[in-house]
Write a protein that binds this ligand. Structure first.
Ligand code: AMP
Ligand code: MN
Ligand code: MN
Ligand code: MN
Length: 298
């Protein structure tokens, strides 16, 4: 540690012991708070570097950036891109890109495009097990008509009293083999990484512990991601257990990847990790923000 540079100011952004939260969602995707409310909440919780990472959508970035600037909260643009890899859905976070870059904006628009038809099919699957009106019901929870997601269906089924909480909905209705699950082809890993790169950003593998890959499949993901120029991996995330913080710290070092940290906060009412409350990254890791200092908006 270089105590002289760890002063809580601008230089602290190049230190692992930074309360960075580089993964969360607003009403622009499947979160329940506005970008402005998230910025305030992040600052209240002591976040020192913040990124908004809505699913497949950068439409909230300008608002988030302005809100962060007003609060003097250091900010990075962000997105969480849905990718299909080895027939599973993988999420790739982009950080520090130009959120107006046409190739990124168009690529994300294409990725989002299939969501409405998928949602209709999900509703048809749910209707078969006696849950009527799920498409219209889910839409009531949608902040961005372009981005209807499983989360919105989950909120509707909880409101209907069919399940106690959204986790139960996913377990019983919205995961592979369950009545409301519809397989979907998202972006390729190559396209997702290239859209982020062409817009000047850094690609980061989101919550690798969540995919249920075998060791070989996970090795394939990390190897292909590195070969495409991907540079980071989430190590400390609300989706990982404390054991997984260690597993993926080791993986980051093995693959020469920078480490990221983010809560994946969606809503104060759902039991996701609160913004800015995760443990720090281990001092043996190099944080993603070391390589993004010229992208941070102060
Ligand atoms: P979609 O992009 O429509 O497939 O929805 C994926 C979103 O569903 C994720 O980003 C999470 O917010 C949410 N999600 C996935 N699995 C679960 C789960 N087991 N419990 C609660 N939310 C989940
Ligand atoms: Mn989500
Ligand atoms: Mn995710
Ligand atoms: Mn997320």
């Amino acid at each position: 540690m270089h105590a002289a540079t760890y002063n809580g100011g601008v230089n602290s952004s190049s230190h692992p012991l930074l309360n960075a939260d580089l993964h969360c969602h607003s009403v622009i995707s499947d979160g329940t708070l506005t970008p402005e409310a998230l910025a305030e909440r992040a600052q209240r919780n002591g976040v020192e570097l913040w990124a908004l990472t809505d699913h497949d959508e950068v439409g909230g970035i300008a608002r988030a950036r302005q809100a962060a600037r007003d609060l003097k909260l250091p900010f990075l643009s962000g997105v969480e891109v849905s990718v299909t890899f080895l027939r599973k859905t993988v999420h790739i976070v982009g950080l520090g890109f130009d959120d107006t870059h046409p190739l990124l904006v168009q690529g994300l628009a294409n990725t989002r495009g299939g969501r409405a038809a998928r949602a209709q099919e999900m509703a048809a699957g749910l209707a078969k097990v006696g849950i009527q009106g799920a498409y219209e019901g889910a839409l009531q929870f949608v902040g961005n008509p372009d981005l209807i997601s499983r989360t919105h269906f989950a909120r509707f089924l909880v409101e209907r009293g069919i399940c106690q909480d959204t986790h139960e909905v996913f377990r019983r209705y919205l995961t592979e083999g369950k009545p409301g699950f519809v397989p979907h082809q998202w972006a390729t890993l190559r396209d997702a990484v290239q859209w982020i790169h062409v817009a000047g950003g850094m690609a980061v593998i989101a919550h690798p512990g969540r995919y249920g890959f075998t060791a070989n499949e996970e090795f394939a993901l990390f190897t292909e991601f590195k070969a495409l120029g991907g540079r980071g991996v989430e190590v400390v995330t609300g989706s990982h257990t404390t054991d997984e913080y260690v597993t993926y710290a080791d993986m980051a070092l093995e693959f020469g990847l920078l480490a990221s940290r983010g809560s994946d906060f969606h809503s104060p009412d759902e039991s996701h990790t609160e913004l800015g409350t995760l443990p720090y990254l281990s001092g043996r890791l190099t944080p993603v923000w070391d390589a993004l200092s010229n992208r941070i908006v102060h």
